[in-house]
Design a protein around this ligand. Sequence first.
Ligand SMILES: [Zn+2]
Length: 113
Amino acid sequence: MQYRCPKCQSPKIMPVAQAGEPAARPVVPKSLVFLIPAIFVLLLLVIISIAMWLFGDGAGTILQAATVAVFIICAIAGFLFYRDLPDFKISMQAFMQSQKKWKCRECNHEWES
Ligand SMILES: [Zn+2]
């Protein structure tokens, strides 16, 4: 099983939904669901903090406390995701292997594995 287009060798391929068969989805770990928004919020807080340091008289205590709190949430979610990673990989592989029909986003070539 290869994850490249057989025609143009592009890795930009996607599974084509098959009629009559329920779409198999990989099991996304809950830690990842937490981690991604937490990282976005952390980035936002850091950017606001930097902006306040540059244009004001430093980040406020509440902002600093919020940044630290979100950083701790990120660290915990990151650690949980790190633990979930082997299961997530297996789930993703099973999902990739269960897909029979593929389509290339580069050249629109369709094929079955
Ligand atoms: Zn292609």
